[in-house]
Design a protein. Structure first.
Length: 182
């Protein structure tokens, strides 16, 4: 009679093991890879080869003031760092300057329930590239910074991911060629 509950526990343990293993792999990958950056173009542009300088403009909170102020203090530095590291952008040699600005429209922190089933935190922003000299909007995208592991949770990681998404989008507007081989 006592074997039935023990057997049931063993079966439950075996069924749960793949989930635990998957979560362990995801957490380890999170440490190695960091945040994800994604983008979707909403207003396409010509290639940006004329632009060689990018400045970070203002990012506003359009999510009912629920976005932590820390995100807005971390984001400019993350964008500037990624611009400097980008061989496509820094090697383009264009004479024009563009301003990167935007508004955060969604911000999610990990909740207790999310931690139990695999965390996902994200920040979503509508981003514009603006010609600095004319003030004309030259391109628009929705960019996302996402953390999918508790090892990478937090505001800093979401700022890193959002910066990744923004720079990936800008890089996608440069022609493919020599600089693609990073």
């Amino acid at each position: 009679m006592r074997r039935a509950p023990l057997g049931s526990l063993m079966v439950l343990g075996m069924l749960a093991a793949p989930g635990c293993l998957g979560r362990a792999v995801k957490e380890t990958a999170g440490l190695a890879l960091g945040a994800k950056g994604l983008y979707t173009v909403t207003q396409d542009s010509q290639p940006l080869t004329a632009y060689g300088t990018y400045e970070v403009g203002v990012f506003k909170d359009e999510f009912s003031a629920k976005t932590p102020p820390e995100l807005f203090s971390l984001l400019p530095g993350e964008i500037e760092k990624r611009v400097a590291q980008s061989r496509k952008i820094t090697g383009a040699g264009g004479a024009k300057a563009a301003v990167i600005r935007g508004e955060v429209v969604y911000y999610e922190s990990g909740a207790l329930l999310g931690q139990a089933f695999g965390p996902m935190e994200e920040v979503v922003a509508r981003v514009e590239l603006v010609d600095k000299a004319t003030g004309q909007v030259i391109a628009k995208a929705v960019c996302v910074g996402r953390s999918e592991a508790s090892t990478t949770a937090g505001v800093r990681t979401k700022a890193e991911g959002l910066a990744k998404g923004i720079i990936d989008w800008i890089e996608s507007r440069y022609p493919k060629g020599e600089r693609d081989e990073n």
